[in-house]
Design a protein around this ligand. Structure first.
Ligand SMILES: [Mg+2]
Length: 227
Protein backbone atom coordinates (compact mmCIF):
# COMPACT_ATOMS: atom_id res chain seq x y z
CA UNK A 1 0.00 0.00 0.00
CA UNK A 2 1.70 3.25 -1.08
CA UNK A 3 0.34 5.29 1.84
CA UNK A 4 1.67 2.90 4.46
CA UNK A 5 3.99 4.14 7.17
CA UNK A 6 7.50 2.72 6.96
CA UNK A 7 9.12 2.27 10.35
CA UNK A 8 12.90 2.29 10.65
CA UNK A 9 13.80 0.75 13.99
CA UNK A 10 17.17 1.17 15.59
CA UNK A 11 18.26 -1.92 17.54
CA UNK A 12 20.45 -1.18 20.57
CA UNK A 13 18.67 0.76 23.34
CA UNK A 14 15.58 1.04 21.16
CA UNK A 15 14.24 -2.50 20.70
CA UNK A 16 16.21 -3.87 23.65
CA UNK A 17 18.08 -2.56 26.66
CA UNK A 18 21.84 -2.76 26.20
CA UNK A 19 22.77 -0.98 29.36
CA UNK A 20 22.84 -4.04 31.62
CA UNK A 21 25.42 -6.25 29.86
CA UNK A 22 25.86 -5.82 26.14
CA UNK A 23 27.27 -2.28 25.87
CA UNK A 24 29.89 -2.96 28.52
CA UNK A 25 30.89 -6.08 26.63
CA UNK A 26 31.13 -4.34 23.25
CA UNK A 27 32.97 -1.31 24.68
CA UNK A 28 35.49 -3.56 26.41
CA UNK A 29 35.99 -5.63 23.27
CA UNK A 30 36.52 -2.49 21.17
CA UNK A 31 39.04 -1.03 23.61
CA UNK A 32 40.89 -4.38 23.78
CA UNK A 33 41.08 -4.55 19.98
CA UNK A 34 42.31 -0.96 19.71
CA UNK A 35 44.96 -1.57 22.37
CA UNK A 36 46.24 -4.56 20.41
CA UNK A 37 45.83 -3.29 16.86
CA UNK A 38 46.99 0.31 17.47
CA UNK A 39 49.39 -0.42 20.33
CA UNK A 40 47.63 1.93 22.79
CA UNK A 41 47.18 1.85 26.55
CA UNK A 42 43.64 1.45 27.88
CA UNK A 43 42.98 5.12 28.67
CA UNK A 44 44.06 6.24 25.19
CA UNK A 45 42.10 3.45 23.53
CA UNK A 46 38.95 4.39 25.44
CA UNK A 47 39.35 8.10 24.63
CA UNK A 48 39.84 7.39 20.92
CA UNK A 49 36.93 4.95 20.86
CA UNK A 50 34.59 7.63 22.24
CA UNK A 51 36.02 10.40 20.04
CA UNK A 52 35.39 8.43 16.85
CA UNK A 53 31.95 7.33 18.04
CA UNK A 54 30.95 10.96 18.57
CA UNK A 55 32.47 12.23 15.34
CA UNK A 56 31.45 9.49 12.91
CA UNK A 57 28.55 7.66 14.58
CA UNK A 58 30.67 4.51 14.88
CA UNK A 59 34.16 3.94 16.22
CA UNK A 60 34.83 1.69 13.23
CA UNK A 61 34.30 4.53 10.77
CA UNK A 62 37.10 6.54 12.39
CA UNK A 63 39.41 3.52 12.47
CA UNK A 64 38.81 2.88 8.78
CA UNK A 65 39.37 6.52 7.86
CA UNK A 66 42.40 7.30 10.00
CA UNK A 67 44.11 3.96 10.56
CA UNK A 68 43.27 1.87 7.51
CA UNK A 69 41.53 -0.77 9.61
CA UNK A 70 38.64 -2.42 7.74
CA UNK A 71 35.51 -1.35 9.62
CA UNK A 72 33.81 -4.67 8.96
CA UNK A 73 36.68 -6.61 10.57
CA UNK A 74 36.72 -4.40 13.67
CA UNK A 75 32.95 -4.47 14.13
CA UNK A 76 32.69 -8.20 13.60
CA UNK A 77 35.49 -8.83 16.14
CA UNK A 78 33.95 -6.47 18.74
CA UNK A 79 30.53 -8.14 18.43
CA UNK A 80 31.87 -11.69 18.42
CA UNK A 81 30.23 -13.05 21.57
CA UNK A 82 27.17 -15.06 22.47
CA UNK A 83 24.22 -12.74 23.18
CA UNK A 84 22.05 -15.49 24.61
CA UNK A 85 20.97 -14.58 28.13
CA UNK A 86 22.21 -10.98 27.76
CA UNK A 87 19.22 -9.50 25.88
CA UNK A 88 16.54 -7.63 27.84
CA UNK A 89 13.43 -6.00 26.39
CA UNK A 90 9.97 -4.86 27.38
CA UNK A 91 7.44 -7.68 27.79
CA UNK A 92 5.22 -8.57 24.82
CA UNK A 93 7.51 -6.86 22.31
CA UNK A 94 6.63 -9.21 19.44
CA UNK A 95 2.90 -8.78 20.02
CA UNK A 96 3.29 -5.00 20.10
CA UNK A 97 5.22 -4.96 16.83
CA UNK A 98 2.57 -7.17 15.25
CA UNK A 99 -0.13 -4.68 16.30
CA UNK A 100 1.72 -1.72 14.82
CA UNK A 101 0.55 -1.13 11.23
CA UNK A 102 3.10 -0.47 8.51
CA UNK A 103 6.31 -1.84 7.04
CA UNK A 104 9.17 -2.42 9.48
CA UNK A 105 12.87 -2.17 8.72
CA UNK A 106 15.74 -2.71 11.13
CA UNK A 107 18.39 0.00 10.76
CA UNK A 108 21.44 -0.51 12.93
CA UNK A 109 25.13 0.42 12.99
CA UNK A 110 25.78 -3.05 14.43
CA UNK A 111 26.91 -5.98 12.26
CA UNK A 112 24.35 -8.27 10.67
CA UNK A 113 25.35 -11.42 12.54
CA UNK A 114 24.93 -9.72 15.93
CA UNK A 115 21.69 -7.98 14.87
CA UNK A 116 20.16 -11.24 13.73
CA UNK A 117 21.23 -12.99 16.95
CA UNK A 118 19.58 -10.26 19.07
CA UNK A 119 16.39 -10.36 16.96
CA UNK A 120 16.35 -14.13 17.40
CA UNK A 121 16.69 -13.79 21.17
CA UNK A 122 13.84 -11.26 21.14
CA UNK A 123 11.82 -13.55 18.83
CA UNK A 124 10.94 -10.63 16.55
CA UNK A 125 12.87 -11.40 13.33
CA UNK A 126 9.68 -12.15 11.42
CA UNK A 127 8.39 -8.58 11.76
CA UNK A 128 11.15 -7.05 9.64
CA UNK A 129 11.03 -7.03 5.86
CA UNK A 130 14.62 -5.77 5.71
CA UNK A 131 17.55 -5.91 8.10
CA UNK A 132 19.94 -3.07 7.18
CA UNK A 133 23.18 -3.20 9.14
CA UNK A 134 26.65 -1.67 9.01
CA UNK A 135 27.58 -4.49 6.60
CA UNK A 136 25.36 -2.76 4.02
CA UNK A 137 26.43 0.83 4.67
CA UNK A 138 29.26 1.45 2.21
CA UNK A 139 28.89 4.21 -0.35
CA UNK A 140 31.60 4.77 -2.94
CA UNK A 141 33.96 2.58 -0.99
CA UNK A 142 33.55 4.44 2.30
CA UNK A 143 31.62 3.43 5.39
CA UNK A 144 28.50 5.59 5.71
CA UNK A 145 26.61 4.55 8.83
CA UNK A 146 24.05 6.45 10.89
CA UNK A 147 23.93 9.46 11.13
CA UNK A 148 24.96 9.69 7.45
CA UNK A 149 22.31 11.51 5.42
CA UNK A 150 23.69 9.97 2.21
CA UNK A 151 23.05 6.50 3.64
CA UNK A 152 19.48 7.44 4.64
CA UNK A 153 18.79 8.79 1.14
CA UNK A 154 20.16 5.59 -0.37
CA UNK A 155 17.85 3.55 1.86
CA UNK A 156 14.85 5.70 0.84
CA UNK A 157 15.66 5.05 -2.82
CA UNK A 158 15.91 1.33 -2.17
CA UNK A 159 12.60 1.27 -0.28
CA UNK A 160 10.94 3.43 -2.98
CA UNK A 161 9.07 5.53 -0.43
CA UNK A 162 8.90 9.29 0.02
CA UNK A 163 10.72 10.44 3.16
CA UNK A 164 7.56 11.85 4.79
CA UNK A 165 6.11 8.29 4.99
CA UNK A 166 9.13 7.10 6.97
CA UNK A 167 9.57 7.25 10.74
CA UNK A 168 12.93 6.68 12.41
CA UNK A 169 12.65 5.31 15.96
CA UNK A 170 16.06 5.70 17.57
CA UNK A 171 17.63 6.53 20.94
CA UNK A 172 20.45 8.68 19.50
CA UNK A 173 19.85 12.39 18.82
CA UNK A 174 22.38 12.68 15.99
CA UNK A 175 20.57 9.95 14.03
CA UNK A 176 17.20 11.67 14.46
CA UNK A 177 18.68 15.00 13.38
CA UNK A 178 19.86 13.47 10.07
CA UNK A 179 16.54 11.69 9.53
CA UNK A 180 14.70 14.97 9.96
CA UNK A 181 17.11 16.71 7.58
CA UNK A 182 16.25 14.23 4.80
CA UNK A 183 12.50 14.68 5.44
CA UNK A 184 11.66 11.72 7.69
CA UNK A 185 9.55 11.79 10.86
CA UNK A 186 11.44 11.14 14.07
CA UNK A 187 10.73 9.47 17.37
CA UNK A 188 13.18 9.52 20.22
CA UNK A 189 13.13 6.29 22.17
CA UNK A 190 14.43 7.74 25.39
CA UNK A 191 17.04 5.65 27.12
CA UNK A 192 19.01 7.08 30.04
CA UNK A 193 21.94 4.78 29.23
CA UNK A 194 22.63 6.16 25.77
CA UNK A 195 25.99 7.94 25.69
CA UNK A 196 26.13 11.68 24.93
CA UNK A 197 22.38 12.21 25.04
CA UNK A 198 22.57 13.92 28.42
CA UNK A 199 23.83 17.14 26.81
CA UNK A 200 20.65 17.43 24.74
CA UNK A 201 18.20 18.94 27.20
CA UNK A 202 14.62 19.97 26.53
CA UNK A 203 12.83 19.64 23.23
CA UNK A 204 14.69 19.40 19.98
CA UNK A 205 13.16 20.72 16.78
CA UNK A 206 14.09 17.54 14.95
CA UNK A 207 12.32 15.21 17.42
CA UNK A 208 8.63 14.82 16.50
CA UNK A 209 7.78 12.64 19.46
CA UNK A 210 9.40 11.06 22.50
CA UNK A 211 8.54 7.56 23.59
CA UNK A 212 9.72 5.43 26.49
CA UNK A 213 8.78 2.05 25.04
CA UNK A 214 7.51 0.41 21.86
CA UNK A 215 4.11 0.16 23.57
CA UNK A 216 3.91 3.97 23.38
CA UNK A 217 3.80 3.71 19.56
CA UNK A 218 0.50 1.83 19.87
CA UNK A 219 -0.96 4.35 22.31
CA UNK A 220 -0.28 7.11 19.80
CA UNK A 221 -1.92 5.31 16.90
CA UNK A 222 -4.42 8.10 16.36
CA UNK A 223 -1.56 10.34 15.30
CA UNK A 224 0.32 7.58 13.46
CA UNK A 225 0.27 6.33 10.74
CA UNK A 226 0.99 9.75 9.38
CA UNK A 227 -1.42 11.19 6.89
MG1 LIG B 1 20.67 2.82 19.60
Amino acid sequence: MPTETVWLFDLDNTLHDCSRHIFQRIDRNMADLMMRWLNLDRARADALRLAYWKRYGATAAGLELHHGIAAADFIAAAHDFDVRGLVHAEPGLSRKLALLPGRKILLTNAPERYARAVLRELKITQHFELIWTIDHMHLQGRLRCKPSKAMLRQLLARLRVPAHRVVLVDDTFANLRSAKAVGMRTMLCHHPGTPHNARHHGRSAYVDRRIKSIADLLNGRQRYPLA
